[in-house]
Design a binder for this molecule. Structure first.
Ligand code: GCO
Length: 455
């Protein structure tokens, strides 16, 4: 294929806690993020998601802006404790109605909703019961997935189960810089990870059973992707090896692709990890892998950056140092467009699943200029370079179905609070006014020509 498929999905993404606000309205229960943000000193500037972008009230305006940009799809997440204030049991009808209205508004504007079930705002009541360590936690998640499906699958057909398990386990329970801010042992984090994966599989089963029409279900992990220094077979193999290998440190093991993807897509934990982490692993039940590897329709993948690799003497990956002055974003993340070619390619070659890029973007120090506009040439340049790589992947035969830019608007960037601006739309938090940035108009033009401008 030359370039992107004709029905390529051009989307934008956001997540409930980062944009909604309405944190204590209409019967919503507390999430671990509502709690965590109240802890002194953990979030930049003492920010919270209590109000965020106030999308709980302003979603119509948000959707109007999406329409102006011309996006085909919106990847949103549902706040679990808004639907189930205690995480299980009693349902909050007002919470359900909020997403009814949001979905209907999207559909009326010709924008397809892609729903992520869980983007980190875990119900606090379940956390008090042990959260993902509780043996019932997979079932809790499956019950929630069933509720979502029963309510919305008449209108919504695309779902992702989990967003970035690497982060919500690694940052939440290993390094402790995200909610709930714990530092647990490797025994605990491996147990949690297994329960999370079981939860994913059980949710998929529950959704297929409750669906009112055939659904397309995927998963949205993240990764930093290694890309080869040259096109030599040796360098490519070294980069592939690096991408699917596992970290040695059991206290910081969650940053990897294969422990999270192989069980889901290949039905087995990677042998390297089974050997390396043997003494920390939980009991893995006989049918567990069958449950975890429920057939999926596609793989979602969040990709922001990567590391260049070359082959050493015996083919081993050598991670290359970046040159002085290497391009970086406002968050000091390296700008490495090649990861949007090699990431999808390596994933496709290993898992043979259609791919959506579920997140990609950058933080810039955007300001409203004297002319009243937001000029963000760095974001345009970044998106141009990254999307050009993704287009090349598609041309080279990788089944890339769509791309969700992160994010439709500036929002609550976790422990960085509102200090980092990731949006195509600028948000003035003093009064919640929204302004499409130059990059938003550039994205509109790119969508309009299906990426033929990416040369
Ligand atoms: C993710 C993150 C998003 C972040 C974005 C920028 O899914 O990666 O959780 O919520 O805001 O990645 O850091």
């Amino acid at each position: 294929m030359d370039g992107f498929r004709k029905d390529f999905v051009w989307g934008v993404a956001a997540a409930s806690y980062q944009v909604e606000g309405g944190a204590f309205e209409d019967g919503k229960g507390w999430s671990i993020w509502d709690m965590y943000c109240r802890k002194p000193g953990v979030i930049a500037n003492g920010d919270t998601g209590d109000i965020a972008c106030d999308s709980y009230h302003r979603y119509r305006e948000d959707i109007r802006l999406m329409k102006e940009i011309g996006v085909h799809a919106y990847r949103l997440s549902i706040s679990w404790p808004r639907l189930l204030p205690s995480g299980t049991g009693k349902v909050n009808e007002k919470g359900l109605s909020y997403y009814d209205a949001l979905i209907d508004e999207l559909l009326q504007n010709g924008i397809t909703p892609y729903i992520t079930l869980f983007h980190w705002d875990y119900p606090y009541e379940l956390y008090k019961r042990g959260g993902w360590l509780n043996p019932d936690s997979p079932q809790w998640f499956a019950d929630y997935a069933k509720l979502v499906t029963e309510r919305y699958s008449d209108r919504v057909t695309h779902f992702f189960t989990l967003n970035e398990p690497q982060c919500f386990i690694g940052l939440g329970f290993e390094s402790g810089v995200h909610a709930p801010g714990q530092r647990l042992s490797a025994d605990d984090t491996f147990q949690m990870a297994h329960n999370v994966l079981l939860g994913h599989g059980m949710a998929v089963m529950a959704m297929r059973a409750a669906a009112k029409q055939p659904l397309e279900i995927g998963y949205a992990p993240t990764a930093s992707f290694m890309y080869p220094l040259t096109d030599s077979l040796e360098d490519i193999e070294a980069a592939r090896r690096a991408n699917f290998s596992l970290p040695d440190d059991p206290q910081s093991w969650t940053w990897n692709v294969s422990w999270w993807n192989d069980p889901v897509l290949l039905g087995e934990y990677p042998a390297e990890g089974l050997a390396k982490y043997e003494k920390y692993l939980p009991h893995i039940g006989q049918d567990d892998l069958k449950i975890i590897s429920q057939p999926l329709d596609f793989l979602g993948q969040n990709i922001y950056n990567g590391v260049q690799v070359k082959a050493g003497e015996t083919g081993e990956p050598i991670y290359l140092k970046r040159y002085t002055g290497f391009p970086k974003t406002a968050l000091n993340w390296p700008i490495t467009p090649e990861c949007l070619y090699w990431g999808p390619r390596f994933l496709y070659e290993r898992y043979h699943k259609p791919i959506y890029i579920t997140e990609n973007g950058l933080a810039c120090n955007d300001v409203i200029s004297v002319d009243g506009k937001v000029h963000d040439p760095n974001r345009i340049d970044f998106l141009y370079r990254y999307l050009r790589e993704l287009k090349k992947a598609s041309t080279d035969g990788v089944d890339v179905r769509g791309y969700f830019q992160w994010s439709i608007m500036d929002n609550f960037e976790w422990h960085s609070g509102y200090a980092e601006r990731f949006g195509l739309v600028y948000v003035d938090y003093r009064d919640q006014t929204r302004l499409i940035k130059d990059s938003g108009y550039w994205y509109r033009d790119t969508i309009a020509c299906n990426g033929t401008n990416l040369i």
